[in-house]
Design a protein around this ligand. Structure first.
Ligand code: HEM
Ligand code: HEM
Length: 184
């Protein structure tokens, strides 16, 4: 059975930082803070800026699987995903085809939620009833986050590769004590 420790792939530092700050802002605004509080608004703007930074990174300095071009799904991505899932093969580096679609959906939903939150505070938005749009967006976002988490748990189990470790810093390997002793 392939070992989880054998999965060497890690997302780069900017992807990890933007992922966890985006997740923290969404969790805080959806379930922790009181709406109408000033920091609800600031966290919404922070979420938008974090996505902006991630998009810029993906267009410029990011390498390999983190580039935006690599996040456009192809037929081959879905064929590989189906094969890996049916054979229970360890997950290949990067996202599956459906994962790529989910990334765009999550970004779009966060932007729509924060955008409608801002818009409802303007005169036009108020007249158009944008507060309802904000509420609809928050429901769609919660559904997408639930799907995201279920997909990660299911894929990690099915492919016996813990995908969450790819979003965490690489653990430093401990050198066995005997190797640390100076040679005499
Ligand atoms: C609650 C709000 C969350 C949002 C909005 C969110 C959003 C995202 C986005 C946009 C990506 C793509 C990252 C990129 O390429 O820049 C992603 C990937 C990922 N997220 Fe989340 N996430 C959330 C919560 C979580 C949580 C709680 C976990 C861990 C249990 C998690 C685990 C992962 C993993 C493992 C990946 C990479 C999947 C892969 O290797 O294909 N996410 N998430
Ligand atoms: C990640 C972004 C955001 C998320 C996840 C989020 C989430 C939420 C949620 C769950 C509610 C409660 C909805 C309900 O009553 O059922 C809410 C209300 C509200 N949000 Fe946001 N929000 C975000 C961004 C923003 C931004 C950027 C602003 C304004 C600049 C904003 C302004 C408001 C206001 C004023 C309410 C209260 C509406 C009311 O009580 O009638 N939100 N938001």
């Amino acid at each position: 059975m392939p070992s989880r420790k054998a999965d060497p792939f890690r997302w780069d530092i900017l992807v990890r930082l933007t992922h966890w700050s985006l997740a923290a802002a969404c969790v805080a605004n959806l379930w922790l803070n009181e709406t109408g509080e000033e920091w609800h608004e600031w966290l919404g703007y922070l979420a938008m800026s974090v996505i902006g930074l991630r998009l810029l990174w993906g267009l410029t300095l990011a390498k390999g699987y983190a580039r935006l071009a690599a996040l456009i799904p192809s037929g081959e991505d879905f064929r590989l995903q189906a094969r890996e899932m049916s054979e229970r093969a360890p997950a290949a580096p990067g996202h599956h085809g459906s994962g790529k679609l989910a990334v765009w959906a999550l970004w779009l939903l966060v932007l729509a939620t924060a955008g409608s939150g801002w818009f409802q505070n303007t005169e036009t938005g108020f007249e158009l009833g944008a507060d309802d749009w904000h509420v609809w967006c928050t429901w769609a976002l919660q559904a997408m986050i639930a799907l995201h988490l279920c997909a990660i748990v299911y894929t990690s189990w099915r492919q016996r590769s813990n995908l969450v470790t790819r979003m965490l810093p690489r653990r430093r390997r401990r050198v066995p004590e005997r190797q640390q002793e100076p040679h005499s």
